[in-house]
Ligand binder design. Structure first.
Ligand SMILES: *Cc1c(COP(=O)(O)O)cnc(C)c1O
Length: 400
């Protein structure tokens, strides 16, 4: 593997947690589906609830598989006390609704994940929480959108699908100066790309569904807050509203996480190669990859992502919708599916999926055309991957 992809991610030892050690211990974490846990006495139950003894009581409040997974993700992010939730959106929701109250304002990045945008636009206002959006790549514009009642900022470091890089350090300084909580959804970038807590984030969020679990077979989230009181508020909201993860999903994600660093490095190598392969090709109007010199935020990518480009490549086909249809069909073996972070490459077409609610003019304003594809690059043999892309490009050219 080449240098840019050397995983800087902290590796953890692949052993079950201390919950399961006797004279010998299983090498693989068992799946523990029990909903209820028996305690010895009311006194020992008190000790558990008061944190003087370790144990579980009822699975909605926590269970061993969720705890073991949470500690593994904590280690990757370099933090303690993260909470695993039943989906990435459960993590976003618990962070926002667990910490915000009527009268607060939350300022979001203007290219957040679609459901996060919906939560901000449609749901939070019904509970009296004001929301607005601003461009996190433009610190002045972002600062101008802060209000006296702004209590939280929610951003992603790399935007979907144009891979613009937020001014994370500028926004962190702004939040620190103004006493605003900074929440970072680190799903796209992953802890191999960046650990937001080291840049001053007060809250870090993951859709574990994506790269961390990595095999498109579980839906899970993780959320951490720097303050123990805020962690408890998020936890209590998640328990009250039942944002509980399934033990089996947690077990699958733990298994996926064992290879996360290797998958990330391999996907990133393939992505850099794919970006280079696409650039300047006949029928390809534009290629976006953060470490390329022609990326609008190339310099910031060097600083914020430590020179890593990540596993996403976005490009524009010439020829509009008919070329896009032909490409998706022609790139045989690559799933046309609106997700990311799978072991296999997936093709996403924002105009018909993540950004379909916008008008064509609205899409154009953020750089999305009918020919735009966002590719979540997987671990395939590189030659086979490039051949499939070439087959798609040839099909697009034939109709264009
Ligand atoms: C997928 C995703 C989410 C939502 O995660 P789910 O596990 O699907 O609920 C949130 N944020 C980002 C950036 C995502 O990509």
């Amino acid at each position: 593997m080449n240098k840019p992809s050397d995983p800087t991610v902290k590796r953890t030892l692949m052993r079950p947690g201390p919950l399961l050690r006797g004279a010998s211990a299983p090498v693989v974490t068992p799946i523990m589906p029990s909903v209820v846990y028996a305690s010895d006495t009311p006194d020992s139950l008190d000790a558990q609830y008061e944190g003087r003894a370790q144990g579980h009581t009822y699975a909605r409040e926590g269970h061993p598989n969720a705890d073991i997974l949470a500690r593994r993700i904590d280690a990757l992010e370099g933090v303690e006390g993260g909470i695993v939730t039943g989906s990435g959106m459960a993590a976003v929701t618990a962070a926002l609704m667990g910490l915000l109250s009527a009268g607060d304002h939350v300022l979001g990045g203007d290219q957040l994940y679609g459901r996060s945008l919906r939560l901000m636009r449609e749901d939070l206002p019904r509970f009296g929480v004001e929301t607005s959006l601003a461009d996190p790549t433009d610190l002045d514009a972002f600062a101008a959108a802060v209000r006296p009642e702004t209590r939280m900022v929610l951003i992603e470091v790399v935007s979907n699908p144009t891979l613009r890089i937020a001014d994370l350090d500028g926004i962190a300084a702004l939040c620190r100066d103004r006493g605003i909580l900074l929440a970072v959804d680190n799903t796209f970038t992953t802890p191999a790309g960046i650990t937001p807590a080291d840049h001053g984030a007060d809250i870090v969020i993951h859709s574990v569904t994506k790269l961390l679990a990595g095999h498109s077979d579980v839906t899970l989230g993780w959320v951490w807050a720097r303050s123990p009181e805020q962690r408890k508020a998020i936890y209590d909201f998640a328990v009250t509203t039942g944002l509980t993860p399934s033990p089996f999903d947690c077990w699958l994600a733990e298994r996926g996480l064992a290879t996360f660093a290797l998958r990330y490095a391999a996907a990133q190598d393939n992505a850099a190669a794919l970006a280079a392969h696409l650039a300047g090709r006949d029928g390809v109007a534009r290629v976006l990859y953060p470490t390329r010199d022609d990326h609008p935020d190339a310099r910031r990518a060097q600083a914020v992502l430590r020179g890593q480009g990540g596993h996403m490549v976005t490009f524009d086909l010439d020829g509009g919708r008919s070329a896009a249809n032909a490409f998706a069909k022609g790139a045989e073996g690559l799933a046309f599916a609106p997700t990311l972070g799978d072991v296999g490459t997936t093709l996403s077409h924002p105009a018909s999926s993540s950004h379909r609610a916008l008008t064509p003019e609205g899409r154009a304003a953020i750089g999305i055309s009918e020919g735009t594809f966002r590719i979540s690059v997987g671990l395939e043999d590189r030659a086979a991957l490039l051949a499939a892309i070439d087959a798609g490009l040839a099909a697009a050219k034939a109709v264009g």
